[in-house]
Write a protein that binds this ligand. Structure first.
Ligand code: NAP
Ligand code: 2RA
Length: 371
């Protein structure tokens, strides 16, 4: 081929590729616009006045979800209470009124008892329920969803479970490592913030900080203390929180063979859970490859330059939607062992952000309720 022809061919191919990329980008913008801005959704928040409910409102606003109607529900004592959202006032209504309104989505964060009673009633009127409580997580017919990992499992369900906050942040980082190196065993220690227990626990911490004697949610003072108990104890001497780490991790990663042992500890900080994770893999690995993999994982921010004092802390993670990973190093006691430190905002990725992203993901796939 003449050199000029070859040059022209290259120029033509490059221009055509750029044109294709522009077309794809425009198409994506168009789809996002139609699904998120034109198709307005009717959304109910059950538990709207709680720690997670308030964060749901914040995340809905940040994600610019197009909402045609917002229905806010809390306990009976809060009916009529005014909640501000995007410059408007909304009065809290009863859960019966919310069911009657047949919303497209109902985001639940009002405890397991409320979810067990009312999620099926919303589902029966065609509402897609995304539930933050532990009520449905281990039900085999209910998908347990972290959008980055398994949104596809939620395609046909009317009740979808949001995993436990400490589980979500861990599996976001572990899923790509499991896919490449296969995890055999996990030994987990958590350092969980007080907001994980809800508003009453924050009141306890703040009251104790001021030297008052507030109502105790925990068995002990939390200010200036660490409590090796998150949630109640089960028959095997582990807490419910520790067993959630075991069972939910296996369900989300789709692998019941992973051996898991967890100790969950409540620490006197307001927001963000931290976790020390020891992993034993089946396959050999290089530390550099692990870091590359995490660096390229959606939703993960690698923060790992220990010599410069760079590693994740709860304060840095507060207010962010990502999962922060650092202190990545070989376990000197095991040839296929690895240690890492994972931190995330429990109210965001551990609850509200994950739930809103499930809803957004389903809306994008055209899955808006059948009413
Ligand atoms: P919270 O601050 O105590 O808030 C509880 C919310 O539920 C309040 O809005 C409360 O309304 C409402 N509520 C209570 N009983 C109700 C009922 N019978 N009907 C309707 N609404 C009712 O608790 P939270 O921390 O937000 O947690 C809420 C749920 O999310 C729990 O299931 C929790 O396990 C789960 N979760 C929490 C986190 C976290 O980091 N906090 C993370 C993941 C999952 P009133 O204001 O009227 O009392
Ligand atoms: C906690 N995992 O931090 C809980 C919140 N659902 O206690």
């Amino acid at each position: 081929m003449l050199p000029q022809c070859e040059e022209f061919r290259r120029f033509f191919v490059q221009t055509y590729c750029m044109y294709q990329k522009c077309c794809n980008f425009t198409l994506k913008l168009q789809t996002d616009y139609i699904l998120l801005y034109k198709k307005q959704m009717k959304i109910a928040l059950i538990g709207a006045t709680g720690m997670v409910g308030e964060m749901m409102l914040q995340v809905l606003s940040e994600e610019k979800m197009a909402i045609s109607e917002l229905i806010l529900v809390a306990s009976k004592k809060s009916i009529g209470k005014i909640v501000h959202f995007q410059g408007k006032n909304y009065a809290v209504v009863s859960i019966e009124d919310a069911i009657e309104a047949k919303p497209d989505f109902a985001l639940f964060s009002a405890g397991a008892k409320t979810s067990l009673t009312y999620a099926p009633r919303f589902a029966a009127v065609g509402t897609i329920v995304i539930d933050n409580s532990s009520a449905w997580r281990m039900d085999t017919s209910v998908p347990l969803v972290v959008p980055e990992i398994n949104l596809n499992t939620a395609q046909n369900s009317f009740i979808i479970a949001n995993p436990n906050c400490s589980t979500i942040q861990m599996v976001v980082a572990l899923a790509p490592l499991h896919a490449k190196y296969k995890i055999r065993r996990l030994v987990i220690s958590t350092y969980q913030s007080v907001s994980g227990t809800g508003k009453a626990a924050i009141d306890q911490l703040m009251g104790e900080r001021k030297g008052e004697q507030p109502v105790r949610v925990y068995a002990h003072q939390i200010h200036e203390n660490c409590i090796p108990q998150c949630d109640v104890f089960t028959d095997n001497d582990y807490t419910k929180e520790e067993m959630k780490m075991v069972n939910e991790t296996r369900k989300i990663l789709g692998d019941d063979s992973i051996l898991i042992s967890a100790t969950c500890v409540r620490v006197p900080i307001r927001i963000s859970h931290s976790e020390s994770i020891n992993i034993e893999f089946e396959k050999d690995f290089e530390i550099g490859d692990i870091k590359d993999l995490l660096q390229n994982t959606k939703g993960v921010i690698l923060s790992d330059e220990p010599a410069r004092g760079i590693y994740p802390t709860p304060l840095q993670a507060e207010g962010k939607n990502e999962v922060f990973v650092g202190r990545i190093r070989r376990d000197l006691s095991h040839p296929k062992g690895l240690n890492m430190w994972i931190v995330s905002d429990n109210l965001r990725k551990g609850a509200a952000t994950n739930a809103v992203h499930i809803m957004k993901g389903l809306a994008k796939k055209g899955r808006v309720a059948a009413n």
